[in-house]
Ligand binder design. Structure first.
Ligand code: HEC
Ligand code: HEC
Length: 241
């Protein structure tokens, strides 16, 4: 297929896909499973193919998987494979809107469920960004402390004491993610714009003001992943040199 043809196919899929996605949205239960998610979970990942697939992703998420500190592109490195599989399958099934990325995540670009399993396993092993984009409030400020308390009261049971997530429940690791990305996702989840969001989380956070949201995310962006999972500053991924 030439490039023009691929663009056309993507555009057609986008048009049809979005209307079908929107119609199916209400009927779908959170993490219903099945589809590509179910298929990918059963497969044994092949890391060599994971590198190949990841090349497409590296254009935006960077070869290191570190994303951009301004939050345009999230860090992917170190995310639990099950979480990445769910998110990718949701994006491909138009159950989570991501128009920027959608054309690059299609089966025609990267392959089927095996490729999802492979790239998710590859991403999980990448060392994490040592310098994520942070919120503005340093430890010890009243805003930091308020965010810390909100986190303890509302988030620990699902995202863990230090933002490490719970892989078997598909609860994402959020520690050390870029602040602007965190705020954007949280706002979309709170306001119902991220259709694949966990309904219990939506319920838990519906009373959050914009200040609460910023302060809890400031805290999350400053949570430190375990040192063994973090890359050295300036690390370049040797798979892509
Ligand atoms: C053209 C740029 C682009 C490309 C290429 C791209 N992405 Fe993304 N990706 C994005 C953007 C932008 C977001 C954040 C969207 C949002 O804010 O909801 C994102 C979000 C994601 C997320 C959700 C992260 C989370 O924490 O929930 C995953 C997973 C992901 N991308 C994986 C991939 C993989 C795997 C590939 C390669 C197959 C890929 N992306 C290729 C732009 C891209
Ligand atoms: C009942 C469990 C639950 C609670 C409570 C909860 N979350 Fe979540 N959260 C989830 C799940 C599950 C997802 C992934 C949603 C999906 O399926 O796409 C998520 C997604 C997120 C994301 C997006 C992550 C990404 O990589 O895109 C952020 C940020 C987040 N949660 C922050 C919080 C914060 C902060 C709190 C507390 C104020 C909180 N959550 C409370 C379960 C929960």
């Amino acid at each position: 297929m030439n490039v023009k043809m691929k663009t056309l196919v993507a555009a057609v899929a986008l048009t049809f896909g979005f209307s079908a996605g929107a119609m199916a949205a209400d009927a779908k239960k959170w993490n219903e499973g099945g589809g590509e998610q179910g298929d990918a979970l059963k497969l044994t990942p092949n890391l060599e193919n994971g590198v190949e697939v990841y090349e497409v992703c590296s254009a935006c998420h960077l070869p290191e998987g570190w994303g951009l500190p301004d939050g345009t592109f999230p860090m992917l490195a170190g995310q639990h494979a099950k979480v990445t599989i769910k998110q990718l399958a949701d994006i491909r099934a138009l159950n989570r809107d991501n128009p920027t990325m959608y054309p690059f995540a299609l089966p025609s670009e990267i392959g089927g469920p095996q490729s999802i399993a492979d790239v998710a396993a590859y991403i999980a092993k990448l060392p994490m960004n040592p310098k994520p984009g942070l919120g503005e409030w340093a430890e010890g400020t009243p805003e930091f402390e308020h965010g810390k308390k909100l986190y303890a009261d509302n988030c620990v049971r699902c995202h863990g004491a230090n933002g490490e997530g719970i892989p078997d429940k598909y609860y994402p690791r959020i520690q050390g993610q870029h602040y602007n990305y965190l705020v954007r996702q949280f706002e979309w989840i709170r306001d119902g714009k991220r259709r694949n969001a966990n309904p219990d989380m939506v319920e838990q956070i519906k009373g959050f003001s914009d200040d609460d949201m910023k302060q809890v995310m400031n805290f999350v962006s400053r949570q430190k992943p375990p040192a063994k999972d973090v890359g050295p500053e300036g690390w370049l991924n040797p798979d892509f040199d």
